[in-house]
Design a protein around this ligand. Structure first.
Ligand code: N01
Length: 545
């Protein structure tokens, strides 16, 4: 409970708005803009001290997006073409500046409350209103509540004994200090080799006296070939803006310039395949290998060809054959665990001050006051970086006490895994919308394109309801049951379930193993959502006031 008198007084006098939006990242900013356009009085509640969401929190060394900046930016406003990306894959500071620019450009800040963490959202059936409360003791009453809380925003520390015993400094990549960290002259451990680890390891290695990387699962990483954009390069893209954006909106992964192969790799000769893979490797794209042939994610033989190709590249780069073998991913299909885009990652292991400790068979036992203990050996370090990921897709929602009709909690409803209709709503929680929720393409695509599609759909739905005097929009149980089956059917036909990943919740002890995103592709998903809307919001019950 807040000790702040003003705060507790506010709690008894809720602020009445049409809509509460939780989160001020890419989703929340655009949601606010769209709801204003729809004529709503909306407020955004954001836990951080600034806007930006993911790009506010993830300030670790080397943090940069792995989708090209041209694609990883809003497409809804021609005005925003004014933004000049400096690099092919923009780094965190530039992305944060961009989102700050968007907040200013559309005058969003006056309706954003920073340093305001939402603790609960309860539905009042009689009043058809949500009451949203914050850690600071404020309360808001709203007809509509939009969770723009992000798919990867609930950071995970591993369940390793002795974290409290470690006498040095430790950091999580997703909660990096704003002023940065100077590792000069230090002995540093990085635990985790997913995207965050793979981006930060080369930079930390350049600074630290010694870097020890603790790897449990080797990742497939593709060189980013990041570079400054040439003068005029962006103008060239902007000259084809509508066409490129349209391609991204309707493609599988939401990117404008990723070739989506329609042929089988099995119909190509070994030389032809090699040439295709080499071209993609040289181009430096995250999804290029996955979409190179139509059967990379359905046929294990084809998938093995891609995996062998990447392993061959790792062996070419890493000097020490033993280290190279340990860096070669094995035991799961390429693409089933999210691939990474890297800059100098594998070559980092050729440095004298970098060591790789394989903890796949011998897990980290504990942290001691002086370091990390594995197999009875204490690896002494001055600082530890946890690049250990997130309680993905559901973690940030589970952190809020969300109660729908009859007081039922979302945590309870989702205890065996998330249940949604289109990843947009869950039955029993009227007027509560999820942006990029579980059951939507979200993390399998360029997030910005998926977010725009959701925000526009939600705003249209709310506008439709208001025009008709509808006070409650709620997914039916039948519609969500059918959708969950469909999501499962689609992922079961692919190779995703053959890896233990955060897509499945496998990285969080006790989390039910359910493949959470929708793997049917953004374009097909968009068509489905459009058809639902065109049919008067098929699968939803619309209740007039
Ligand atoms: O997290 P992760 P992340 N002992 O979950 C290891 C997006 N992203 O922050 O695989 C030892 O991928 C764990 O090992 P294992 C992107 O979608 C995007 O790196 O569970 N190791 C794994 O290696 C990405 O996929 C960008 O066996 C332990 C690592 O920690 C997602 O965020 C940049 C351990 C966690 O990897 C998450 O990426 C960054 C333990 N006890 C992130 N516990 C870009 O756009 C966990 N691990 C570029």
């Amino acid at each position: 409970m807040s000790s702040n008198l003003a705060g507790s007084r506010e709690a008894t006098v809720p602020t009445r708005v049409d809509a509460v939006i939780v989160g001020a990242g890419f989703s929340g900013l655009y949601m606010l803009h769209k709801l204003r356009e729809t004529g709503l009085n909306a407020v955004v509640l954001e836990a951080g001290d600034g806007v930006g969401g993911t790009w506010y929190w993830n300030r670790y060394p080397g943090a940069r997006v792995d989708v090209e900046g041209f694609d990883y930016s809003y497409s809804f406003s021609a005005d925003l073409q004014e933004w000049e990306w400096s690099e092919r894959y923009p780094a965190q500071p530039e992305l944060l500046r961009y989102l700050d620019h968007v907040a200013d450009r559309f005058g969003l800040r006056r309706d954003i409350r920073l340093s305001t963490r939402v603790t609960s959202a309860h539905y009042d059936e009689a009043a058809t209103l949500w009451t949203v409360c914050t850690e600071r003791g404020q309360a808001y009453r709203a007809t509509w509540c939009v969770m723009a809380t992000g798919c990867l925003s609930s950071a995970q520390l591993p369940a390793i004994d002795g974290i409290g015993d470690f006498a040095g400094e430790w950091f999580h990549t997703a909660h990096w200090p704003v002023g940065g960290v100077d590792f000069t002259g230090k002995r540093v451990a990085v635990i985790g080799t997913g995207s965050s680890g793979i981006q930060s390891i080369p930079i930390i290695a350049e600074q630290a006296a010694r870097l020890t990387v603790f790897q449990r699962t080797a990742a497939f990483a593709i060189p980013a070939r990041n570079r400054d954009l040439e003068p005029g390069e962006l103008d060239e893209l902007k000259a084809h803006y509508p066409e490129l954006r349209d391609r991204a909106r309707h493609g599988i992964v939401g990117m404008s310039r990723i070739a989506e192969g329609s042929t089988s790799a099995l119909d190509a000769t070994a030389d032809q395949r090699q040439q295709v893979f080499e071209e993609i490797w040289a181009a430096g794209t995250l999804s290029g290998l996955t979409t190179s042939y139509r059967d990379v994610m359905t046929d294990r033989t084809v998938n093995d060809q891609v995996a062998d190709f990447v392993r061959g590249k790792i062996r070419e780069i890493v000097d020490d054959p033993d280290t190279a073998e340990r860096l070669c991913p094995r035991g799961y299909p390429f693409g089933a665990k999210r691939p990474c885009l890297h800059t100098g990652y594998y070559a980092t292991y050729n440095r004298d001050n970098v060591r790789l400790v394989d903890v796949s068979e011998n897990p980290i036992e504990r942290l001691s006051a002086r370091g990390v203990v594995v197999g009875g050996t204490e690896h002494e370090v001055d600082a530890i970086v946890f690049a250990t990921g997130f309680d993905a897709m559901t973690g940030s929602l589970a952190a809020i006490d969300i109660r729908g009709r009859s007081g039922r909690t979302l945590r309870d409803k989702w205890s065996a895994g998330p249940i949604t209709y289109l990843g947009l709503q869950s039955a029993g929680f009227p007027n509560l919308f999820l942006v990029a929720g579980p059951g939507s393409p979200s993390v399998l695509t360029n997030m910005v394109m998926s977010i725009e599609q959701h925000v526009e759909w939600i705003a249209d739905c709310i506008g439709y309801a208001r025009e008709r005097g509808v006070v409650a929009v709620e997914a039916t149980e039948r519609a969500e049951r059918d959708w969950v089956h469909h999501v499962n059917d689609v992922s079961n036909a692919l190779l995703y379930s053959e890896a233990s990943t955060w897509y499945l919740g496998a990285n969080v002890p006790g989390k039910p193993r359910v493949f959470m995103p929708y793997a049917g592709g953004l374009g097909a998903y968009r068509k489905r959502c459009d058809a639902v809307a065109a049919a008067g919001y098929d699968g939803f019950v619309l209740t007039a006031g």
